[in-house]
Design a binder for this molecule. Structure first.
Ligand SMILES: [Zn+2]
Length: 347
């Protein structure tokens, strides 16, 4: 998985021209970096959103509260209308109201003082912004329940290869993310972990661009997890704002997605049928079935547009961690995963 960063600044957004193009909706897992949000700047955030409305950079602002969506402000409205939006929400709108974010669904952790607030933003293709704000947290998102910090225990539980370090060591919190992520897998999906070494390392071949990698071939199978995978757990999350999950878990499950997509080729390699494995390796039965379910939709993330294989892995991670977001992108793909289309095509 590739980790991306987008920096946002109020001044730059205020100077940007009003966007002309509508964008198709997608799940945006680019991490948006903006300064610490401060209560004494509340008025500045509100005024900047009003300015964005006036200039047509955003068309309306809606707030989701208690499961209901209410439209609060449109062009020409003043700051008063924005009062129901909590601080973290209004700041997040102020920093993301531009062309770059049209169509995006963003799951951000907004830092307020020493705490983090999960905020989900939906930017429609035409500039309507809907915001949902979760509860303040004094820690990074974590998986609840029975997550383990013991490498032997995790290995036994999920039947993987050895869990090791190579130039880096697994921290307790990272092992919890790993076991929480693997716990999302069902029995059939877990098969792909067989003999896969799970290796914590500093950086991948493309440096900070690699968050994690699945490396496979005749010399064995490794799921590499790099520093970069955990670098954004304080800035973004995946899932809903009422139940935020660690951003890093999506990097791990993305790679499991590659292991699933290449499973049929792996089976051929293990039978010694290298030439057929090569053919199936590029686009085997899993990716072919996925392509039919997906149709001509590109996504579900920016990175997922780069190839069919990356699209599948991004969609698989969302299926496990944020199925509602996957469904918003493509109800057909969400249903295909929910019905086990990826598992049936592995056989
Ligand atoms: Zn990938």
């Amino acid at each position: 998985m590739i980790a991306r960063f987008a920096a946002a600044a109020l001044a730059a957004l205020l100077l940007a021209p009003a966007p002309a193009l509508a964008a198709a909706p997608f799940y945006d897992n680019a991490v948006v970096r903006f300064p610490k949000v401060r209560k004494d700047r509340m008025d500045l955030y509100r005024r900047s959103v009003v300015a964005s409305l006036a200039r047509g950079r955003i068309r309306s602002v809606s707030l989701v509260r208690d499961g209901k969506t209410k439209k609060l402000a449109r062009r020409g409205d003043g700051v008063k209308k924005l009062k129901p939006v909590p601080l973290a929400g209004i700041a997040a709108i102020a920093y993301t109201g531009g062309q770059r974010f049209r169509g995006s669904e963003l799951d951000l952790l907004v830092t307020v003082g020493s705490e983090r607030v999960p905020v989900t933003l939906w930017h429609s293709g035409k500039g309507d912004v809907t915001v949902r704000v979760g509860k303040r947290m004094d820690h990074k998102p974590a998986f609840g329940g029975d997550t383990s910090t013991d490498r032997q225990e995790i290995r036994r539980r999920y039947d993987s290869g050895a869990i090791k370090g190579a130039g880096a060591t697994w921290k307790a919190r990272e092992l919890k993310v790993l076991s929480g992520a693997l716990d999302r897998l069902n029995r059939q999906e877990r098969r792909v972990l067989d003999d896969v070494k799970i290796v914590r390392s500093r950086a991948g071949p493309r440096g900070p661009r690699n968050a994690a990698l699945y490396i496979w071939g005749t010399e064995g199978y490794r799921l590499m997890v790099y520093d970069r995978a955990f670098a954004f757990d304080g800035r973004a999350f995946v899932g809903g704002p009422s139940k935020p999950r660690p951003f890093s878990s999506s990097a791990i499950l993305h790679e499991v997605g590659h292991a699933i997509a290449t499973w049929p080729a792996r089976k051929l390699i293990e039978k010694g049928d290298i030439s057929r494995a090569r053919k199936v390796g590029r686009r085997g039965p899993v990716l072919s079935a996925y392509a039919r379910a997906r149709g001509d939709r590109k996504g579900p993330t920016r990175y997922g547009r780069s190839s069919l294989a990356e699209s599948f892995s991004e969609a698989f991670a969302l299926h496990k961690l944020d199925p509602a977001a996957l469904k918003r992108w493509s109800p057909r793909v969400a249903e295909w995963f929910a019905e086990g289309g990826h598992i049936d095509s592995m056989e």
